[in-house]
Design a protein around this ligand. Structure first.
Ligand code: SUG
Length: 475
């Protein structure tokens, strides 16, 4: 038997085995959803140029930000998806400036004193502890739906984000927020983030794509890594860091109880990392039976795509490959053509949620106009202004964490985190009440801003009923 045939047999056996058990058969009669959980932008959203390898972050260092506009752009996108008939949730932001982290680093006294001395003594540490980065929930965690996992629960592993100091501050509180949102242990399993070390550098769902025929059926989870941690003879980028390791991907797959025949590992092309593609979701995105990617996205592409198709089964996958001569890597990075969300509308058609930067770029908008006529499941494009996020290198897809669930699981989610007309109105009013129109680096040192932010976040935990997730609430 060839390797391909072995994979197919294993897959067929798995389906046959599953069809004898209760849980999967019950699943067939259930409704299936993909719910996007968007990161709420926090009240101290700012641009600090913290992400080496992320071109937008470096280019916009120290620009004046608008937390209010940023939060409203995010909420507007989330609500627009609800209006398209999608299920949509939100995840709370983190507290920044991160006073607990500054204290851990030796700054003492009152909170005002901690802010003042950190800003004076070490601007870099101070700014890192102020980062807005928890808004990009594609980096919050890796999520495996219950149809893929050994114990039939939805599994979450917060990303350790070790490559950037400012992001490495996130996983603990991310875990608290995820537990407050997906609390029911009958349906949801939460793991601790991987060890905080570059060998297990993990950036979460930004490097993870799940392909499936239907959200409730076992799918193929594609993990994309930037380098091998232990075997340094393997190819790796030369200029910018590869944030995700193969070893981290494998650890997450083990923790989630995924079958080898439902997992594929592909390496990101090291050359595109060196051109500013710091996460796979800057160069590829998938949904159900569609994988949309740039010609240069993957190292050893053909073998990887073949394995994906073999593990997916008989139904052909739509591999939509964008050639370099139609869209350059540079334009892909500038416009975030691949940091789009591909979603399946209630009609069954897919649409692309793209940033307006794609519409403004000639080559990219020409490509997207053509794409919807190619006979693939993607039939339309919707453009959104998420410029406040784009300036830090976060497009529509960075702003969301996808969680595929059946109706029982969805009913077990903390319902206050789901966007309804009422929650949308409440969250907008909350932003209007607490957020500033503009923020500069100087403002971040202001103890009054810390008080305002804590007041806002404390109120948010009551709106979302997620419990006391922040260190400042824990005394
Ligand atoms: O990790 N930017 C984030 C952007 C994350 C985008 N997410 C995905 N592609 N899924 C990052 O580089 C910049 C913060 C600053 O410079 O102020 C930042 O952290």
């Amino acid at each position: 038997m060839t390797d391909d045939e072995k994979i197919k047999v294993a897959r067929v056996l798995k389906v046959a085995y599953e069809s004898t058990g209760n849980t999967p058969r019950m699943r067939e009669s259930m409704k299936q959803f993909e719910v996007n959980f968007d990161g709420l932008v926090g009240p101290t959203h700012n641009y600090a140029g913290l992400s080496f390898g992320n071109v937008a972050s470096l280019n916009n260092a120290n620009a004046v930000s608008s937390p209010k506009q940023a939060a409203k752009q995010g909420l507007a996108k989330a609500k627009a998806l609800v209006d398209m008939g999608m299920m949509q949730g939100v995840l709370a932001p983190q507290e920044r400036p991160d006073i607990a982290a500054l204290r851990r680093l030796g700054f003492t006294g009152s909170d005002a004193r901690v802010l003042e001395s950190a800003a004076k003594q070490s601007r870099e540490i101070f700014l890192a502890c102020c980062s807005a980065s928890s808004m990009w929930t594609a980096n919050a965690a890796t999520v495996s739906p219950s149809a893929d996992t050994a114990d039939g629960r939805v599994h979450f592993t917060p990303a350790n984000l070790t490559n950037k100091f400012h992001r490495s501050l996130e996983p603990q509180v991310t875990g608290n927020i995820l537990r407050g949102t997906f609390a029911d242990e009958k349906y949801f399993a939460h793991h601790q983030h991987l060890p905080d070390n570059e060998h297990f550098g993990d950036e979460g769902a930004a490097n993870h794509t799940r392909l499936c025929s239907n959200y409730g059926q076992a799918g193929v989870e594609l993990f994309v890594y930037g380098r091998h941690a232990f075997d340094t003879s393997k190819p790796a980028p030369k200029k910018y860091p590869a944030r995700q390791t193969l070893e981290a991907c494998q650890a997450v797959a083990r923790l989630h109880g995924l079958d080898d025949d439902g997992v594929v590992y592909m390496q990101q092309n090291p050359d595109v990392i060196d051109q500013g593609v710091f996460h796979n979701d800057v160069i590829a995105v998938g949904n159900q039976n569609v994988l949309f990617f740039h010609e240069q996205a993957f190292f050893q592409k053909e073998a990887g795509l073949k394995e994906l198709q073999a593990k997916f089964g008989d139904e052909p996958l739509h591999f939509i490959e964008v050639p370099t001569d139609e869209v350059s890597v540079l334009d892909a990075v500038k416009t975030y053509l691949f940091n789009t969300q591909i979603i399946t509308l209630p009609s069954g058609d897919m649409t692309i949620i793209a940033p307006t930067e794609c519409q403004e770029n000639e080559a990219v908008s020409r490509y997207l106009d053509k794409l919807v006529t190619l006979g693939t499941p993607i039939k339309s494009v919707n453009y959104f202004d998420v410029k406040q996020s784009m300036r830090n290198g976060g497009g529509p897809a960075c702003l969301r964490l996808r969680v595929a669930m059946n109706d029982q699981e969805l009913a077990a989610v903390n319902q206050n985190t789901l966007i309804s007309d009422t929650q949308f109105a409440r969250l907008n009013a909350w932003v209007d009440k607490h957020y500033r129109d503009e923020l500069t680096e100087n403002d971040l040192r202001d103890p009054q801003l810390l008080i305002e932010s804590r007041t806002a976040l404390d109120e948010l935990t009551q709106i979302l009923k997620i419990g006391s997730v922040y260190p400042f609430q824990q005394g």
